[in-house]
Design a protein around this ligand. Structure first.
Ligand SMILES: [Zn+2]
Length: 400
């Protein structure tokens, strides 16, 4: 099974690569391909004017067929939501109504997939999934194409109105949901009539009320009925791979939402190129830029702590680390050396704010990934002008 992920020009490179990394993190038979240079463009003609007048319209999807009737939330769901509505680290984004936004019809979105398929000569049994910032006339998070079910789209914005975590988690989750839906049902009509209208925490919950997406993301489960259908249609290896990816996303989401805080601390592994992994926290990766990795590694190696004003004494070590995190395969070595020297000089110069800024970035990367409570054991802390240090027991630190 091969999945081609494509994006429009408004989807950030960072979020796109996060989604790809999350999907590729678990080895298995489902193959994810992407080409970050190939961007799908929308013309003025591709949009329909859409004014979102109020929140009620914004938070509900249109049912796929008019005859759908669905009862309002069950008490079961209310209870579940209550359990989940715990303290969380990131506030939900507020939208002020009314506002106008770019919206396309489903047909337009699927045409984009088809054009890409033709252009790149992608076989009809491989997926082409479009990640797009453009909303759609039915206001869905994601859907397959009725005519060509190996095409699909995932709407990449709005998530932070419904769930407090990195947008890449639910987006990656929807990729898996579409793959499963394609294989679970014989045709699109069956998809439409089989999705659960009342959310039960299954990957096939319809989520007409968009908020109920939280339930399916947090259970990351396939209900018994759907599992039976899935097993008939898809080989065990694929099912297993999809479930493992869903589970890895679920665990990462729980950590990032401060939901799992009373757990033993994870080891921190810093690989050769400065990639930071917390193995016992669902292998979550802490994404840092080269200069942030540089200063973080330095502080890991100095458990006693160092004041910003003393960083200058360690300029050589910092340059060495920075050098190792920079790709210097191509280009002028002299130039690279000069840039490194300039940046490290700026970092150790206490008359500017460079070190403090990097330390703040590192802190927010940890908080975003594992929540404030756990993060404080890992990030660099210390008051103004005081010694800064990482509190983590160095027995838990492995540096390659
Ligand atoms: Zn189900």
């Amino acid at each position: 099974m091969r999945v081609h992920l494509i994006k429009d020009s408004d989807v950030g490179k960072e979020i796109f690569s996060e989604v790809v990394d999350l999907l590729k993190a678990i080895p298995g038979p489902i193959e994810f391909c992407y080409d970050s240079h190939n961007v799908i463009n929308f013309d003025v003609d591709d949009y329909v004017e859409n004014k979102v007048l109020d929140e009620k319209v914004f938070v509900n999807s249109k049912p796929p067929v008019a005859s759908y009737s669905f009862s309002k939330r069950s008490s079961f769901r209310e209870n579940i939501m209550e359990i989940f509505d715990e303290k969380e680290s990131r506030p939900l984004k507020e939208f002020s109504f009314p506002f106008t936004r770019k919206t396309s019809t489903w047909t337009t979105l699927f045409d984009k997939c088809n054009n890409y398929r033709i252009d790149k000569i992608i076989p009809n049994n491989e997926f082409v999934l479009l990640l797009t910032e453009v909303s759609n006339t039915n206001n869905w998070f994601a859907s397959l194409d009725e005519k060509m079910p190996f095409n699909g789209f995932i709407h990449t914005s709005d998530w932070n109105h419904f769930i407090k975590c990195q947008d890449s988690f639910p987006i990656a989750f929807e990729v898996i949901a579409l793959l499963l839906q394609k294989h679970m049902f014989n045709d699109y009509n069956e998809v439409r009539t089989s999705l659960h209208i009342e959310p039960i925490g299954c990957v096939n919950d319809l989520c007409l009320e968009k908020k109920s997406i939280i339930l399916k993301l947090r259970t990351a489960d396939v209900c018994a009925d759907c599992m039976t259908k899935l097993r008939e249609k898809l080989s065990v290896a694929y099912v297993q791979h999809a479930l493992l990816i869903m589970e890895s996303l679920r665990v990462k989401m729980l950590f990032s939402q401060n939901f799992k805080q009373n757990v033993p601390l994870s080891r921190l592994v810093m690989e050769e190129k400065g990639k930071i992994i917390l193995p016992e926290f669902g292998n979550i990766e802490i994404k840092l830029k080269p200069l942030e990795k540089t200063i973080y590694k330095f502080y890991l190696e100095h458990p006693e702590g160092v004041r910003f004003s003393d960083l200058r004494d360690h300029q050589e070590a910092l340059s060495k680390y920075y050098m190792s995190y920079i790709n210097d395969d191509d280009g002028d070595r002299e130039y690279v050396k000069r840039v490194i020297d300039e940046r490290i000089e700026k970092l150790v110069n206490i008359t500017n704010n460079a070190a403090a800024e990097k330390v703040a970035k590192i802190k927010s990367a940890f908080v975003k990934a594992i929540g404030e409570e756990l993060a404080k054991h890992y990030y660099i802390q210390g008051g103004n002008g005081e010694v800064k240090r990482v509190m983590l027991d160095r027995g838990l630190v492995e540096i390659a």
